[in-house]
Structure formats: C-alpha cells, structure tokens
Design a protein around this ligand. Sequence first.
Ligand SMILES: Nc1nc2c(ncn2[C@@H]2O[C@H](COP(=O)(O)OP(=O)(O)OP(=O)(O)O)[C@@H](O)[C@H]2O)c(=O)[nH]1
Ligand SMILES: [Mg+2]
Length: 318
Amino acid sequence: MNDIAQGVLDGVVAAGARAIRWLDDRDPRGADLVRRIFPATGRAQIVGVTGPPGAGKSTLTDMLVTELRSRDLRVGVIAVDPSSPFTGGAILGDRVRMARHALDPGVFIRSLGTRGQAGGLSRSTHDACLVLDAMGYDIVIVETVGVGQDEIDVVNLAHTTIIVGVPGLGDEVQAVKAGLMEAGEIFVINKADRDGYQATQRQYELMLHLREQAAVARDAGWSAPLLRAVATSGEGGKAIADAIFAHRAALEARDGFARRSGLREREQTLAILRERLIARALGAQGQAVLAEAEARRIDPYTAAGKLLAQIDGKDDLA
Ligand SMILES: Nc1nc2c(ncn2[C@@H]2O[C@H](COP(=O)(O)OP(=O)(O)OP(=O)(O)O)[C@@H](O)[C@H]2O)c(=O)[nH]1
Ligand SMILES: [Mg+2]
C-alpha cells in the first residue's frame, strides 16, 4: 500500500494504474491511498472535453496532447465510457488513435467505464483526476460524451470545459443547451473542413449571445471563445491550448481555480457519503425492504424509514 501511494507521488505509471483500479473497484485501500496523496494534489488543471457522439472529441484530445507535449507539459487523459449505445467500441478506437502517445512517459491514458450506480462514474473520474494530479501531470483531460446526467456531473468536475460541436447536426446546439451550455468555457466547432461549417458557426454565435444575455454561464467572469478545428489535421490545436491557459489564468486572477477545486471536493464528499449511507442502509434486511416496496406491500416512505432505521437504529417514519 505505502509502495503504491509512494509510487503515485513519484509518478510511477504502474502505481497510478493500480491506484485508479482500487478506487474504481471501491477497494478500501483506495481510501487510504487518497489520504496519503491528497496533500500533493490541487495543481493539475482538469479540462473536460464533451460533445455529441462522434464529434471528434478523441481526435481533438489527441491533437491537444500533441500540442501540450510540444510545450513540455505532462498530460493525463481519462476517457469516460458511459457504455451508452452511442459509444460502442469507441474505447478501442481511442486506444488505436492515441497509440502514438503510448510510449511517451509524459502522457498517461486511461479509460473508465460506468459503475452502474448513479453518480458512480463521476466519483471514479474525480478519484482518477486526483491520482493523475498527484502523479504530477500538469493537465488532465477528461473526455466524455455529452449525454446523460452522469456525464454532466463529470463535466462539472472540470476547471475548464470544452464543448465540441460539428457542422450538420441539426439539433446539436439544442443538445448542448440541455445542461452543458452553462458549463462551456471554450466552444470548438470541429470538422470545420465539412460542409455547413458557416451555418453551424452562426448557430453557435447566436447561442453564445443568448447565453450572455441570460447570464447563465458557470464562469460569469469569462468570455467564452468560439474556435474552429480540423482535429484530423491538427488545425486549431494551438488556439485551443492557448484558450485553456487563458482560462486558467483568468480563474487564478480571481481565486477561481482553488475555489473550483474546492467545490469538487465538496461534491465528492457528498458522493462518498451517499454511497456509504446507501450501502449501510441496504445492509442486512435492506434488500427485503426494497422487495416489499417493489411488491407494493409497503409505501416508499415506510420503506425508506425502515432502511434509515438500519443506520440509526430507530424506525424513522418522519
Ligand atoms: N472530416 C473530419 N473528420 C474528423 C475530424 N475530427 C474527427 N474526425 C473523424 O470523426 C470520427 C469520430 O472521431 P472521434 O474522435 O472518435 O469522435 P468522438 O467524439 O471521440 O466519438 P465518441 O467518443 O464515440 O463519441 C473519426 O472517424 C474521426 O477520424 C475533422 O476535423 N474532420
Ligand atoms: Mg471518443
């Protein structure tokens, strides 16, 4: 155990991989490990990359890794696979695509799948970010498909969120509106080599304009740029990397970087608490109580009261 924590702090790749697996498996050694490495975290900039299926998020991430490496930064990548029907086989494709970084000791790439329980994915992702942070990676890119609440939770973990759009997806701007729009700090229209780029650019300009008027941006002190990219040819990588640093500087100028890290720890604390409380409440008789509710023999309030009683020892019928 000490060896693994020390290995993480020393940036040893095998130790990092082991630590992430422990945490993802909810192995109790994971909690001890986080306790050890936590003082060494809080430095890495967490960058979320999200957008519709097939928008080119992985290709763009790969391009960004190349650009950031050319600036001598160490980069971690976490590819979140929510196992949705949209992403079947994506991870394998990502592996192939990122293979050229595989031998670079300054790059660490891992994929995380869903744990089945609500919120489980964002908890595992945050844990993995902590590990990569402690290992000394300057930037940790988290790629996730922009569908579903779990993914939005993941996006909310980031210091900086990049929304990737593409030309020719009619209701795609709508999809972005459904919860991700507020979080976006950098908007990128990828596949700018495709027909319909200009129409999509206008859609996004309008959307950003409306967003500004409605004052709903997560980071009110930042004017989100709209950038173009052709990730397959490396076009746009430099401007996106510049925007990532500009946003970090803007956050730091008003103490927002540390504040955003802190909000993440707060959310993570609540997520861990929820998981543990539910596990304790469902212990022993828990499944039987759930079955009673499912059979409609008792109402859900009574059922929840009985489950709470597993924790505090009294029958909470409030
Ligand atoms: N023409 C063109 N194709 C691109 C561009 N960027 C990516 N692609 C292609 O689009 C396809 C999907 O790219 P990915 O990077 O896998 O997209 P993704 O958003 O990560 O996909 P999921 O993770 O499955 O949601 C691949 O065939 C890429 O080669 C681009 O700028 N122009
Ligand atoms: Mg992908």
